[in-house]
Design a protein around this ligand. Structure first.
Ligand code: MG
Length: 208
């Protein structure tokens, strides 16, 4: 599947917005990650030591099955072809510094290997996209737990909102935001993100 862009959603779970000291947003917060950051199961997440703290964020990824432009919310789910587990790796110190200065935090989200994604499963094979358990473990210890029912903006609302302004192409990915419990990754850690009925992805961290 060819991906022209990864659109990520910030603070789409109330408890995560709170841990980031932010108010729950009244409209989806949107940012981009380049497709060059994508890696698969078993590949290393690599981050230079000089970028400081690097965090995990387990998220449900929606993969578009066809072009979506100005799609109504009631039709939006028909545009999803696959789902996957996504880990929105974030250079937190760089992001915090950018936020403090009122500057874009693109670099914090866009580095090579910062978009681990599991093998996609057909959307039709998943019973209910609005009721999926998310879980993330580091070295076997559970760090994040959540359920897609707690999203502030559910998938159909995200697709309607984004496609009002940005054409989504077949293969494009929407990372729908992370539940609470984000935290740092260290050299040698193995991070495993999992979503019930969707899949699992495991990656080792290399700091250098
Ligand atoms: Mg995220």
């Amino acid at each position: 599947m060819n991906c022209t862009k990864i659109i990520c959603i910030g603070q789409n779970y109330r408890a995560h917005a709170k841990e980031m000291n932010a108010e729950p947003p009244s409209e989806p917060i949107i940012f981009l990650k380049p497709a060059s950051a994508l890696i698969s199961d078993g590949e290393n997440i690599e981050a230079r030591l000089d970028v400081g703290r690097v965090d995990h964020e387990v998220e449900l990824a929606l993969i578009m099955g066809r072009r979506a432009r100005q799609v109504a919310e009631e039709d939006a789910l028909e545009y999803i072809s696959h789902l996957a587990v996504f880990n929105d790796i974030t250079a937190r110190d760089i992001q915090s510094m950018a936020r403090k200065g009122g500057n874009p935090w693109a670099l914090a989200k866009s580095m090579d290997t910062f978009a681990p994604m599991s093998a996609p499963v057909p959307f039709s094979s998943v019973r209910d996209v609005h009721e999926l358990d998310l879980r993330l473990c580091v070295n076997g210890d559970v760090r994040q737990r959540g359920n897609t029912s707690h999203m502030i903006f559910p998938p159909e609302s995200l697709i309607a909102h984004i496609s009002r302004y940005i054409t989504l192409e077949e293969g494009d990915i929407i990372a729908t935001g992370t539940p609470e419990g984000v935290g740092p990754l260290n050299d040698g850690d193995v991070v495993t993100a999992e979503i019930s009925g969707v899949g699992k992805i495991s990656n080792r961290v290399r700091r250098y």
